[in-house]
Design a protein around this ligand. Structure first.
Ligand code: HMG
Ligand code: MG
Length: 350
């Protein structure tokens, strides 16, 4: 058998399978200052689909004045919906919808899954939605009700769950209260957002436990970590240990919210896949194809991907399982002195 890294060691009590909710085309691109051509966005979704991602958040039906990068939402969504390679095997293609106007636009194009996006804090609700927390919940209620009637599944996002750049600490009970309101109005899943990436694993455990204690089944919760302080993977592992099985991530670690000060890239999908595959957790993702996609996108954006896994794997032989190790050299060393060669496969020891 071809030797690979990562070596697969299962940890008991972790799920056998994790659903990766890929947000690269939406959360990843929405913060890009240079406009990405429509055809490149469509090609991005196509490549992500080819890499095996089963849920790809395509775009956002918000006001184009608020997020100019996604002004071509209708063109992008129509093109990916018409592509049999993307729609194959029951792939889910959710879109963001803030209000009934957004819902109309999404339904017109045949959206089968939408997401509304609330805030646990007043400052972010005002900046992101131009409303109070309560008024934004009131805006979402008819959206979720009409979507449900139309057979469309709704995800609820909740931002600033672990800290807010203007308000600081966000009490757990406030997050639980707003999150429950989103579930109670009919959202099938609640994605808890660390919009500015300040969460640490103990805080993740505390918030998820508070939701469970308030009667929310852990299966209805997803996690959405931004990686500003390098905590996203550790936070994800804490969530998996409590039974979460849906994790949001963005190919190449693209991302950020234009209305949240200090929001940086999302957890990189490649970093997540490397960890999950090492833990023997199935994702359906072909790591090599995904890395190639992020290299392609990095070229297009004109800057390297911040993902550590993409940086480590770029230009190397990566298949579905991970890094393919070169065959052991039996004969004389023809590659020159070892010190001259990169030795990236060496274990990371002091
Ligand atoms: P508003 O200005 O209060 O809207 O914005 P309004 O209802 O007063 O309407 C004003 C005008 O906008 C009207 O047009 C509407 O028709 C139009 P006019 O009559 O003046 O010509 N309009 C729309 N046009 C197109 N599509 C629409 C739409 N709605 C109204 N859907 C609104 C309120 C919610 C629309 C605005 O605040 C908005 O679009 N906000 C979106 C901000 C956003 O997209 N942020 C990023 C996503 S959230 C995020 O990234 C966090 C997340 O990743 C999780 C995490 O990390 O925490 C999800
Ligand atoms: Mg986000």
């Amino acid at each position: 058998m071809t030797p690979h890294l990562p070596d697969v060691i299962r940890e008991p009590d972790l799920p056998e399978r994790v659903v990766i909710h890929e947000v690269g085309p939406r959360d990843g691109l929405q913060n890009e200052s240079g406009v990405v051509p429509t055809e490149a966005k469509v090609e991005f979704v196509r490549r992500l689909a080819r890499a095996g991602l089963g849920t790809i958040e395509v775009t956002s039906f918000v006001h184009p004045k608020w997020v100019p990068q996604l002004a071509d939402a209708a063109q992008v969504f129509a093109a990916v919906r018409a592509d049999p390679e993307v729609t194959a095997s029951g792939r889910r293609l959710p879109v963001l919808v803030p209000n009934e106007r957004g819902l109309d636009r999404a339904l017109e194009l045949g959206a089968e899954q939408i997401a509304v996006f609330g805030s646990a804090t007043e400052t972010f609700a005002a900046r992101n939605l131009n409303r109070t927390v309560e008024a934004s919940l009131a805006m979402f209620r008819p959206v979720v009700a009409r979507a449900t009637d139309a057979g469309v599944r709704t995800r609820g996002y909740l931002s600033m769950c672990w800290g807010d750049p203007w308000e600081g600490r966000v009490p757990l009970d406030r997050v639980v209260r707003v999150g429950k309101a989103l579930l109670d109005m009919g959202c099938a899943q609640l994605s808890l957002g660390d919009t500015i990436g300040v969460a640490t694993p103990g805080h993740v455990t505390a918030l998820l436990t508070a939701f469970v204690e308030a009667g929310v089944p852990i299966e209805t919760l997803a996690v959405h970590f931004h990686d500003s302080y390098g905590q996203a993977l550790a936070n994800t592992l804490a969530a998996l240990r409590l039974g979460v099985t849906t994790v949001d991530a963005s190919a190449g670690g693209l991302g950020g919210c234009p209305y949240a000060e200090s929001a940086t890239g999302n957890l990189a999908t490649e970093d997540l896949v490397w960890m999950l595959h090492g833990l023997g957790i199935e994702t359906g993702v072909h790591l090599g194809e995904l890395v190639a996609t992020s290299e392609w996108m990095a070229d297009l954006l004109g800057r390297p991907s911040p993902s550590r896994a993409v940086q480590a794997l770029a230009g190397r032989h990566v298949d579905a399982h991970g890094l393919v190790l070169p065959p052991k050299a039996d004969g004389p060393n023809t590659e020159g002195p070892k010190a001259d060669r990169p030795d990236t496969d060496r274990p990371n020891t002091d």
